[in-house]
Design a protein around this ligand. Structure first.
Ligand SMILES: N[C@@H](CCC(=O)N[C@@H](CS)C(=O)NCC(=O)O)C(=O)O
Length: 195
């Protein structure tokens, strides 16, 4: 039995979306970060956490890729050239999107006030805009990052796309905007969002 722990207004949404894409049975406990329920599973207090029977997994990307490999969906096989390219897209989203957006959030409301450096956000916005140009070039005319096949890399990237809007960061690339809209229109995304 699978159980996802973490409110959906967080990176837990990625796992929720992946579970819906794969049509798997699961339970969902919408716990808040740093709550007692979460700290019992993950000393860092971060969400999502994921229970596979009695085993605890953490990190949204690790959880999604585990499920994808285990069920043979949303991924190319380990050891294939396509998988290396898929993983490169996943890493791009983690480095250039998640990392930048998370740093902006830290300097807006996460860090203790005296540790925040609001001026860093100008350079983050500039970096992000540059990464969106790169993403547009890598996407080209493809429907998804890996061409016709929707993968875990698309979930991470498109989730960061939604976060971009909430953070007030500019995308500025019609090709990327259209790709994010396509991802959000997927029935599994709608089901996850509607839960
Ligand atoms: N790389 C981790 C990041 C997890 C993470 O930072 N989650 C946020 C919510 S989206 C959190 O729990 N923050 C609480 C904190 O940093 O104390 C993942 O993808 O799961």
């Amino acid at each position: 039995m699978y159980k996802l722990i973490g409110e959906k207004n967080s990176r837990a949404f990625r796992v929720l979306w992946a579970l819906e894409e794969m049509g798997l049975d699961y339970q969902h406990a919408p716990a808040k970060p740093r709550s007692d329920e979460v700290r019992d599973l993950n000393p860092a207090g971060k969400i999502p956490c994921f229970l596979v029977d009695d085993e605890v997994l953490v990190d949204s990307v690790a959880i999604m890729q585990f499920l994808a490999d285990r069920h043979g969906k949303l991924t190319f096989p380990a050891g294939s050239i396509e998988r290396a390219r898929q993983d490169a897209f996943t890493q791009f989203a983690c480095d250039e999107m998640d990392g930048v957006l998370w740093t902006a959030a830290r300097h807006t409301f996460v860090l203790p006030e005296e540790m925040r450096v609001p001026a860093v956000k100008d350079s983050l916005r500039w970096e992000f805009r540059r990464s969106m140009k790169t993403l547009a070039a890598r996407l080209g005319e493809n429907e998804w990052l890996m061409g016709d096949t929707f993968t875990v890399a698309d979930i991470v990237t498109a989730h960061c796309g939604s976060w971009t809007r909430a953070a007030g960061f500019e995308i500025g690339e019609p090709v990327v905007e259209a790709y994010f809209a396509r991802a959000r229109a997927r029935p599994a995304h709608r089901r996850a969002a509607g839960r």
